[in-house]
Design a protein around this ligand. Sequence first.
Ligand code: EPZ
Length: 422
Amino acid sequence: MDRFVIEGGKRLSGVVEISGAKNSALPIIAASILTDKRVIIENVPDVMDVHTMIQLVEYLGSVVKFKRNILEIYTPKIKRIIAPYNIVRKMRASYYVLGALIAREKKAKVSLPGGCAIGPRPVDLHIKGIKALGCDVDIEQGYIVAKSKKLKGVEINLQGAKGTSVGATINVMLAATGAEGVTTINFAACEPEVVDVANFLKKLGIEIEGAGTNQIKITGGNCSCSEEVRYRIIPDRIETGTFAVASAITMGDVEIKNCEPHHLTAVIDKLRETGAVIEVKDKEIIVRGNRPINPTDIFVAPYPGFPTDMQAQFMALLSLASGTSTIKETIFENRFMQAVELSRMGANITLEGDTAVIKGVKSLSGTYVMASDLRASACLVLAGLAAKGKTYVRRIYHLDRGYEKFEKKLRKLGARIRREKE
Ligand code: EPZ
C-alpha cells in the first residue's frame, strides 16, 4: 500500500492546471454505451475510478482506448447487461450503467453497491425513477434486475429524504433517453456534473432541456448522432477547491488554471470569509493565503450550496483559524471521519451529530494518519502541508480514486511530498 510523506511548512506558489471532473467523466463514460457510434471524450482525468468505469464498459462490450486524457469508446453491440459485484463493490458510480443499459437494451442487472465509508447511501430514488418509466424491478441475490417491454416518458419526482440526488437524476436521465415521449424530472439535482451529462446527451442527438434547474425534460428516442461524437468534460470543481484551500492553508500564492470559477461561488465566498485573497478571472482563480485565518460557519447543501465534497478540506483550514468554526454536514451521515485523524495532529474538533465544532489551534503537528475516503484523504494532505514536521498519510489509494497526479501537482507548487510503499 502506498502512503504520502509530507514535510510541512512550505508555502505553495506557482501555477496548477485542473483536470477534468471525475464526477462528470464517470456518468459520461456510462452514457457512451447508449450509442453504437464512436465516442471521443476529452479531458478525462486519469484516476482509478475512471479505470474502473472503463473496465465495466469493456465488460459490457465496449472497445476502449485511453491515452493522454482522451478516451475513445466504441460500443457497436452490448454483449452483456450485467454490472457484476466485483466491479460495483469497487465503485458505487458503476450504477450509472443501469440507466444506460435500460435505455439501450430494455434490461439490466446491476449489483447493489453496498455500504460506504461516508454513510448509508440508498438507491431507492434510482429504482423509483426507472420503475416510473415502466421497468419491472426486482432485487435478486444482491442485484437490481430491471426489464421492460417498452419505456414510456412520464413525470417523476426525485425528492429524497436528503433533498436532490445527483446519481438518481443522472441515472433517470440516461434511462429516459430510451423512453417513448417526454420524461419530466422534478426535484432534479442542479450540480454542474448533471449539466455536463445533459450536454453530452445533446451531442448524441437527444433532446433535453432544463439541466441545471430543478426540472429537466428529456425527449426519448434513438441517438441521432452522426458517425463520431466528440465531447470535452468540464474542469473538476472539487480539485479546484482543494488546490484553493491548499494555497490558503500554506499562506501560498497559487494560480489555478483551466477551472470554472462560477462552479465554485460558495467555496470562494467561504474562503474569502476566512481571509484568503482571491482573484477570479475567466477560467482561472488566484488564491493568496493570509493570516490570521478567520473562523466561519459552513452549511453543506446541494449545488449551488457549499459542496459536501469540500467540507473535509475546509476542516483542515479551520483547524488553524483564530476562533471557533462549525461545519454542518446535511447530505451524508458519516462524513467527518477525517476529524479524528486531524485531532491526532493537534486539531481541536468535537462532533455534535451532523455538526463539527472546530476550535482553531495555533499549529498542527505531523504524525501518522489514515485516510478513510477520497475527500478525507485530501483533508489530511492539506493538514500535513501546513503542519510542523512530517505527516504520513496512509491508505492513499482512496485519494488515487479521484485526484489526478495529486502529489506531482503539489510538488510543482513547491510542496515537499513524496509517495512511498508502506
Ligand atoms: C455524488 O454522489 C458524487 N459522486 C459524490 O461525490 C457527492 O458527494 C454527492 O454526489 C453529493 O454531491 C459521484 O458523482 C460519482 P447523491 P451520489 O445521490 O450521486 C441520498 C466524491 O467524493 N440518496 O446526490 O451518490 C444520499 O444518501 C463523491 O467525489 C437517497 O436517499 O450522491 C445522500 O444523502 C463522494 N436515495 C443524498 O441523497 C437515493 O436513491 C445525496 O446523494 C440516492 C441518494
